[in-house]
Design a protein around this ligand. Structure first.
Ligand code: HEC
Ligand code: HEC
Length: 189
């Protein structure tokens, strides 16, 4: 009798612990941070950020101010004497050195993302007062699906680096985030 009890004891313990283990393994819904992090890694890539600057465009992965002292100008298209379109055409130059895409200009100041934390960035692109009056997440995502300046970041020419996610994976990440409610982390970061 004693022997049988000894043999069964581990089983009894198991039947007690198994439901607990299962509970611990239940998948938790991913946090807003987890869902937005891959998106932020694209938005904060130099190919995007270099244009989403307050006063002037930046260049290169090191994000240095644009050579030739280029500034925003009244309309984001440069000073009267130094228009973006003087150099930037609607596609990259043949040798790739001068980047190009249709309507090449600096993002409006309300869309300047320099220095924003990921949570602030998340709130900014959802805020119609800042995002060009886009009322729905679908509108914000549509822009990132088709806008030629966005797409340029995956075809930047001259050996420039591209975001670590492909454009297709970026769109997937945006849609996963939106489908889960599109929340932003409540914290400052
Ligand atoms: C050549 C400059 C340029 C580059 C490069 C660029 N943008 Fe923009 N971006 C703009 C301009 C200009 C606007 C405003 C146009 C509009 O609102 O339709 C804008 C608007 C946006 C908006 C809408 C505003 C908002 O806050 O929701 C998003 C989102 C955006 N860009 C994402 C990106 C992403 C992602 C990349 C890189 C993959 C990128 N942009 C690269 C110039 C640029
Ligand atoms: C005098 C010619 C000229 C003018 C004018 C000019 N650019 Fe450029 N721009 C260039 C060249 C050349 C490069 C490539 C620099 C490099 O990567 O070595 C460049 C690179 C850039 C980049 C960097 C892309 C990246 O991610 O590395 C951005 C952003 C940019 N320009 C925005 C602008 C904007 C916005 C304007 C107008 C306000 C403008 N440029 C006006 C010649 C010009």
């Amino acid at each position: 009798m004693n022997i049988i009890r000894k043999l069964l004891a581990p089983l009894a313990l198991w039947s007690l612990l198994a439901p607990l283990a299962a509970l611990a393994q239940q998948p938790q819904p991913p946090s807003p941070e987890k869902l937005f992090d891959p998106i932020a890694s694209v938005l904060q890539h130099p190919r995007c950020l270099n244009c989403h600057m307050a006063e002037k465009p930046f260049q290169k992965d090191a994000q240095v101010p644009h050579a030739q002292m280029i500034v925003r100008g009244a309309d984001g298209k440069g000073a009267p004497t130094m228009r973006c379109a003087a150099c930037h055409q609607d596609k990259n130059s043949a040798d790739g050195r001068v980047p190009g895409a249709p309507h090449w200009h600096l993002a409006p100041t309300s869309m300047a993302w320099e220095g924003l934390s990921r949570a602030q960035l998340c709130r900014s692109i959802k805020d119609p007062a800042k995002n060009g009056n886009r009322q729905t997440m679908a509108q914000v995502i549509d822009h990132m699906k088709v806008d030629p300046l966005v797409l340029w970041a995956w075809n930047p020419g001259d050996g420039r680096s591209t975001p670590s996610l492909s454009h297709a994976d970026f769109v997937k990440a945006l849609e996963t985030w939106a489908a889960a409610g599109g929340a932003c982390s409540a914290g400052a970061k």
